[in-house]
Ligand binder design. Structure first.
Ligand code: GRF
Length: 209
């Protein structure tokens, strides 16, 4: 059994998708939020999953917050830490601690559009496609070895919200599958890239428009 700790900041729909995927040999050890009002906490608690809050507003520095967060996470002895809509910039010490065993999902086709407002920026640039990326977390924000990407085509009448809705559907497929592959030992980082020779097609989700 691999222990998974999922970090959220809000509604936690990706967390829900991962829980509901019932990944073989995986146990959701805890859901941890940096906001006491994160809606996903109640959802997890109602399913008997341990929950915890480390409220970033109670800490004077990023370092102090990250140190406490790590202590709480480590109490659950995680094999994998999953960032699922966790809206905090993490210190290099924190990312180093979980190197090779922490995943994030970002709503863009990285390395394009790290940071916020990704879909609005893609539309402003006249991009023809947008999407999401599951990647290992490194010290650099929204960077790190890419595990899988989902692609949607953009239409003239798209808005940031309409794109977000289509991309979120892909996120809910892509992220549980990436976690499953991690747990199955299928994800190896070689020369800074993820090698997954068993299932090359599993790394791309690109439904027909
Ligand atoms: C998702 O779009 C994810 O890609 C981004 O934040 C959003 C979180 O949504 N990092 P949810 O909390 O998982 O519903």
């Amino acid at each position: 059994m691999k222990n998974i700790v999922i970090l959220i900041s809000g509604r936690g729909s990706n967390m829900q998708a991962i829980v509901e995927a019932n990944i073989p040999a995986a146990r959701i050890a805890a859901v941890v939020a940096n906001r006491p009002d994160a809606a996903g906490l109640a959802w997890a608690a109602a399913r008997g999953i341990a929950t915890a809050v480390v409220d970033h507003k109670q800490f004077a520095s990023r370092e102090a917050f990250d140190a406490q967060l790590a202590q709480v996470i480590d109490g659950y002895q995680p094999d994998l830490v999953v960032l699922a809509g966790f809206m905090r910039i993490l210190t290099a010490d924190f990312t180093r601690r979980y190197e090779g065993r922490m995943l994030n999902i970002h709503p863009s086709l990285l390395p394009a559009f790290p940071g916020l407002h990704t879909h609005a920026r893609a539309l402003e640039m006249g991009c023809k496609v947008a999407g999401c990326t599951v990647h290992f977390v490194t010290a650099e924000l929204d960077h790190g070895p890419i595990v899988a990407q989902g692609v949607v085509t953009l239409q003239d009448n798209d808005t940031p919200d309409s794109v977000a809705g289509r991309v979120l559907q892909l996120e809910h497929q892509l992220y549980p599958d990436a976690v499953r592959r991690f747990v199955a030992g299928e994800l190896k980082i070689v020369d800074g890239k993820v090698a997954s020779p068993a299932q090359p097609a599993a790394s791309l989700l690109a439904p027909a428009p």
